[in-house]
Ligand binder design. Structure first.
Ligand SMILES: Cc1ncc(C[n+]2csc(CCOP(=O)(O)OP(=O)(O)O)c2C)c(N)n1
Ligand SMILES: [Mg+2]
Length: 604
């Protein structure tokens, strides 16, 4: 007799974060299934129990069981499929989503080949410490069940090894019950600070097999308890004493959440101890850049170096590269260093993204967003009188020469004005002084791992999370970045995710031109040849046409700064109408003088 079907009913509770307009898309015909019948139905149910709103994917037969469950069992909602044309874009979309929400979205990638495509984007997410549930597939693991050729090619032993160096955890469960547990554990680990991607590899055979035993009802919250990451009171006390008695405090405002209360607490703490605050474009906005206590534009070594040199206490709030920052202040920092970070918990032997080992006088193993209000409470009672703050002088708005990225920044400032805007991505050559951040969602930081091609997908996921927030999502991408990740545009158009791209199109992988220039200088060879193997000209690539080909509004090429404002106005009108727009700004190859000097300087 065949086993009787399980009694468990489908979980009907869907996440309330689903966008109704997106949810209305790609509705399947009703399949009339309301109880799990296969292994993959249990997996789909668990994603729903975890409140995962979306699953970005590029399809593959290794997880056709799960795909069927998402569509015909859950009805393609809660989670809803977001089709991406490249696995790298699928992972990047989850990355962008997590940058805004702080929560893991799911991604599904085909067995080994899909994971290989996805791997750079997973690395970016790892370095950026964003949570993400990456589901992969393999097999059938049981060789006797494999179809000839293709199932053998797409089965690999220990697929997790491909990404183990840059995921927090991975698993290959071999039953539906084990898969359910793996998803719960994975989501819990991914969403716990320090956050990061996890990888769960689902055996095709296990997904497709009929369910033989009923699983008990699931209360996901009991398996994903919040992990308290506060600080022991004695350490908070010690830090308070150091901060109170300091003559000049510097705060390195590093990795932070997008939470407004945490942002306000950071400002209040800086004001209470009259600290100079340093920020960095590698990470999302962590302090208002026009605050009188902001020590200068993010990434401005002159201002920051001076502040670090003169400080007697430096408070690092999970700064990405503390040892590197301290070097700006000279070979050995005189200041006492307080480091608040949980990051050491996930350092491993494969990835060196943990950076150089910093000297630390007081280490607080806790989440800075939790510690800052605790410090503030202690410091505010009996604090020294607050210093009167004079507003920071606005940066001089001089007309740049030629046609550069700075023109893009100026035109954006002019057209967007005071309207809330989120810069979801900026090119590597961007200068911090070109824009002002006054809210944690004003800027989301870089791609994390320096993997070019992440910009477009990250922008799409961020724009998805920002939909209906009243914020204008803007991604400024280099042409190299855009071209590598260009198919993400289609996903935004298809799922009606409003988004503006401005491409700083210097028709070159210009960053590397500067590296060739440096090598030529070091070797006494002609720097005139630096463009060879770098320039994407002859023919120039029509980036706006690539946007139009995917249903977006493509504007350009814009070859004069004077035409940029009108182009942006037209593009933003299209975004406000719910569309996606791409402006191709043909800037001249070249970085700012200070960046060029820094990158091409040759030690004598
Ligand atoms: C996946 C990947 N390939 C290559 C590089 C090396 N790289 C660093 S910056 C850069 C150029 C990026 O070009 P673009 O986005 O157009 O920016 P530009 O430097 O021209 O401003 C390259 C190729 C990288 N970081 N990541
Ligand atoms: Mg370029």
């Amino acid at each position: 007799m065949p086993p009787s079907p399980p009694a468990t009913l489908r979980n009907e509770a869907k996440p309330d974060t689903l966008d109704p307009a997106i949810d209305a898309l790609e509705r399947p015909v009703p399949a009339g299934v309301n109880a799990p019948g296969f292994g993959s139905d249990v997996i789909a149910d668990t994603l729903r129990a975890l409140d995962i709103p979306y699953i970005a994917l590029t399809p593959g037969a290794s997880y056709r069981g799960l795909h069927d469950s998402l569509v015909n069992y859950l009805g393609n909602t809660g989670p809803q499929i977001l089709l991406c044309i490249h696995e790298e874009a699928a992972v990047a979309a989850a990355h962008g989503y997590a940058k805004v929400t702080g929560k893991a979205m799911a991604v599904a990638v085909h067995s080994n080949v899909g994971l290989l495509h996805a791997s750079m984007a997973i690395f970016n997410a790892w370095c950026d410490r964003v949570p993400m549930l990456v589901l992969g597939a393999t097999g059938p693991v049981d060789a006797a069940k494999r179809r000839p050729w293709i199932d053998w090619i797409h089965t690999a032993r220990d697929q997790g090894a491909l990404v183990r160096g840059y995921t927090k955890w991975d698993d290959q469960p071999s039953s539906p019950a084990a898969a359910r547990e793996a998803l719960l554990r994975g989501a819990w680990i991914a969403n716990t600070a320090p956050m990061g991607p996890v990888y769960i590899n689902l055996d095709a055979e296990m997904q497709e097999a009929k369910l033989v035993e009923s699983l008990p009802p699931l209360d996901a919250a009991r398996y994903t308890p919040p992990v308290a990451a506060g600080a022991p009171p004695d350490l908070v006390q010690e830090a308070t004493a150091m901060l109170k008695s300091a003559k000049q405090v510097v705060i390195l405002a590093g990795r932070a959440s997008r939470n407004l209360e945490a942002w306000n607490a950071r400002i209040a703490l800086a004001e209470a101890v009259n600290a100079q605050v340093i920020t960095d474009l590698k990470i999302g906005a962590s302090f208002p850049t026009d605050h009188p206590l902001h020590a200068g534009a993010p990434r401005d070594p002159t201002d920051s170096g001076e502040a670090i040199r003169t400080a007697d206490v430096i408070l690092s709030l999970d700064w990405v590269d503390l040892a590197g920052a301290l070097r700006f202040g000279g070979p050995s920092p005189a200041a006492k260093i307080i480091q608040v970070s949980l990051d050491y918990r996930i350092h491993n032997g494969w990835s060196m993204d943990y950076q150089a080992l910093p000297p630390v006088d007081l280490f607080i193993s806790a989440d800075p967003d939790v510690v800052v209000p605790e410090l503030l409470k202690k410091i505010s009672s009996g604090a020294k009188p607050r210093v009167a703050l004079s507003p920071r002088a606005a940066a001089k708005d001089r007309e740049p020469v030629g046609f550069t990225n700075e023109h893009i920044a100026r035109a954006l400032r002019q057209v967007v004005g005071a309207r809330p805007m989120t810069l979801t991505h900026l090119p590597i050559s961007w200068e911090g002084s070109w824009c002002t951040f006054r809210h944690p969602l004003d800027f989301l930081g870089s791609d994390g791992g320096g993997g070019v091609g992440g910009g477009p997908g990250i922008a799409v996921g961020a724009a998805l999370a920002l939909k209906n927030s009243g914020r204008l999502p803007v991604a400024v991408c280099g042409d190299g970045d855009y071209l590598m990740g260009v198919t993400a545009v289609w996903t935004a158009v298809h799922y009606k995710i409003p988004l503006l791209f401005v491409i700083a199109n210097n028709r070159s992988f210009y960053n590397d031109e500067l590296h060739q220039e440096r090598v030529a200088r070091m070797r006494g060879r002609p720097i005139e040849n630096k463009w060879i193997g770098q320039r994407m000209t002859d023919p120039d690539i029509d980036l706006a046409a690539m946007a139009r080909a995917q249903g977006a509004l493509g504007i350009g090429p814009i070859s004069k700064p004077a035409d940029l404002v009108a182009a942006l106005e037209q593009a933003i009108a299209a975004v406000d109408a719910g569309g996606v727009a791409v402006v191709d700004a043909r800037v001249e190859p070249g970085y700012t003088a200070s960046m060029t000097a820094a990158m091409t300087a040759v030690k004598k």
